[in-house]
Design a protein around this ligand. Sequence first.
Ligand SMILES: [Mn+2]
Length: 419
Amino acid sequence: MTETPTAVAAGDATIAVQLERRRRTAAEQWQLGDQVVLIGAGDRIPVPGRGDRTYPFRAHSEYLYLTDRERPGGVLAFDPHDGWVDFVAPVTRDERLWEGAAADEPEAVPVAELAAWLEQRKGRPVACLGAAVPEVVSAAQLEADLRYGLNHVRRQKDPVELARMRAAERATRAGFAAIAPLIEPGRSERELQIELEAAFFTGGADFLAFDTIVGSGPNSAVLHFPPTSRRLAAGELILIDAGAEYRGYASDITRTYPASGRFTPEQQELYAIVAAASVRATEYCTAGTEWRDVHRTAALVIAEGLVELGLLRGDPESLVERGAQALFFPHGVGTWSASASATPARFCAGESRRRTSSRAYASTCRCCPATSSRSSRGSTSCRRSWTMPTSAIDTVMPSTGSAPRPCSASAASASRTTS
Ligand SMILES: [Mn+2]
């Protein structure tokens, strides 16, 4: 363990201080005896059949959390007796020539020296977090335990993370503000995508949190519809689900707008139900509240509304108990906050990793609280692992001040409240 000052200011927003705190807190959490830990950044992934092209590189979120380095090939190593060593792939001449890569960091140790480091620790249990480290076999149970501990450390966001989440949210807000006035019959999904993403980037984003979803008319009933050249027609709805990312921290906002500026009475009724669910769920987002209770609150409001509309029959409570509202509301209320990279997401049963151009760990939880209740430490359900951070409110709150006023989702056509 590295030497640390006893009173690190939790409020210090400098990344150096927070990296030191994150590593120290993780080590305290792990309480290792003789085991060693490797945290891999991951490598560039080739696009099949496209020559030397690769997907945009995103470091594994666990590696990024502990190094703040968005660079492939690195391994952060930890030995409880000797502390941390930052093994980094040296910057190549080609990277400098073609990509303008910065020079090597002076303190970093070339990753080629990792083998010798491991050799000196031969026979001791090794766990790999982050991306797999080539030729290293990770002890499965130790790995699961250490990830559980690290996730616990990551649940509470530090000032650096909060600042980045707010930056991502500001950029996202700017994007939605830019497109709201453009929504009108004749406008294509693609045009709106372009304007939205342009405003994200001019608003400070450095990446998209996930591929932008824009679905108009019937396409708005598809949860993750990729934008096309289809044009909005009068009276239709358009669903936009998108988010900006900043330094690995993502935002994610879903809004449904009426193409003509006003909802039809039927659309309005659905809007009111979803807006009420959003508000009630948001009110529930306080420290200590379990995610599934937030979801249940939203589900109950949806079920009550659908009963009132005559789309469901029965007692709302027992409908929710049986999951009947899931026909119209087939997903959870939210995405783990800032989930693109930096959320301690303990994935639960039924969760689906969403397709994304960027991070493998951008994930929307789709598990119905009624159907996931595993509780052993090795397979923790949302109930045990997820407490809503108050910062999640940022992404749940309806935006204000733009006309036409959006609803947070449309229950019948595309009922994604926040994810
Ligand atoms: Mn979303």
